[in-house]
Design a protein around this ligand. Structure first.
Ligand code: PHE
Length: 335
């Protein structure tokens, strides 16, 4: 009876009070357990009566505990009583555009001013669009499992290794003149480091028409670099090799991160390669029934990560995919 009175008097409207009550009455060392232990001292003829008494006491305590729990939940709901309408509101945090999508838009905008039209395609590709139609021989190293993620063998399905596959899909459907840029995510089986990732983003371009020359290729790419990085940037054009273009060239610009002082991005050479390019190989054109005697074309491809790295001095490629807001927030307001 004494405990019953105490329990009735027990008040509290928060979860701490409810928990204190539980420990005191219903816990392993609580009052209910204590009384249970006393039961063995009760004479046999009184056992039944005492047992009933104890049971009803236990139920009583449990019911009280439930009530206290309910009260503690309810008291946490804001009600007209406990809201202070004079407090300043929480700021609404607005996200920022990802640096890669900022640079992607910049690249698209520059080429669209030259009449290039956007084209997109699937990330899972077949062998024909990614490799064979691009004049890549059966034994080309890029086809190796070491470099390419295969989804399935025979027939081969793979994660595209470049967006040249989109050029293939456009040439398949459309006759020249063709002037497209193909942005998109590509995949290569590389060890992740400050300079490489197993996926990255490319923008590739293709222009096929009558009388397209290497001079056009050069002028287009020079225009791009100056628009992207400013008029003063130094440009270097080097001969190179790609199976789908002939002749081929790579373009370097001076390292905008260290300006020749030496850093990891330019590997202390002062130059950073930003793109591959070339005149579309006659075999590539023939694969799409485009007559190389009538039409010529140029193509180029660049990694958005690298362009972004130079433009905004990002010295580690991994930052792009780590979702660290301290990094991402720095691009607030860049359009
Ligand atoms: N497809 C090449 C790559 O991914 C880039 C490239 C595109 C080179 C077009 C030449 C012409 O590396």
């Amino acid at each position: 009876e004494q405990h019953k009175k105490e329990i009735e008097a027990f008040t509290g409207e928060n979860s701490e009070a409810a928990e204190a009550f539980r420990i005191k009455y219903l816990g392993t060392k609580g009052i209910v357990k204590n009384i249970m232990q006393e039961m063995k001292n009760v004479p046999n003829d009184k056992k039944k009566e005492a047992g009933q008494l104890l049971n009803s006491f236990k139920q009583f305590a449990e019911a009280k505990y439930e009530t206290l729990k309910q009260l503690s939940v309810v008291s946490h709901q804001p009600s007209a009583k406990n809201i202070d309408y004079t407090l300043p509101g929480d700021d609404i945090t607005i996200g920022t555009r990802h640096p890669l999508s900022i640079v992607r838009s910049q690249i698209i905008s520059i080429f669209s001013r030259l009449g290039f039209i956007l084209a997109e395609g699937p990330e899972i590709e077949d062998d024909w669009h990614n490799f064979t139609s691009m004049n890549m021989p059966e034994n080309h190293p890029a086809r190796d499992m070491q470099d390419t993620f295969y989804v399935q063998k025979n027939p081969d399905w793979l994660l595209r290794t470049h967006t040249s596959s989109v050029q293939a899909r456009v040439m398949e459907k459309q006759k020249p003149p063709i002037r497209i840029i193909c942005p998109g995510r590509v995949y290569r089986n590389e060890t992740i480091s400050a300079r490489a990732h197993c996926f990255f983003h490319q923008v590739e371009g293709l222009y096929v028409a009558e009388n397209v020359s290497f001079a056009d290729l050069k002028q287009t790419l020079y225009f791009f670099v100056r628009e992207m990085f400013g008029k003063d940037v130094k440009i270097r054009f080097r001969p190179s090799y790609f199976p789908f273009t002939e002749p081929s060239a790579e373009m370097d610009i001076d390292c905008l991160i260290c300006h020749g002082k030496g850093c990891n991005v330019c590997k202390h050479t002062g130059w950073v390669e930003i793109l591959g390019s070339g005149m579309v190989h006659p075999n590539t054109l023939k694969n799409f029934d485009i007559d190389p005697e009538i039409y010529t074309g140029f193509a180029f491809g660049m990694g958005i990560e690298r362009i972004c790295q130079l433009k905004y001095r990002v010295n580690d490629l991994r930052l792009y995919s780590q979702d660290d807001v301290r990094f991402l927030k720095q691009f607030a307001g860049v359009v």
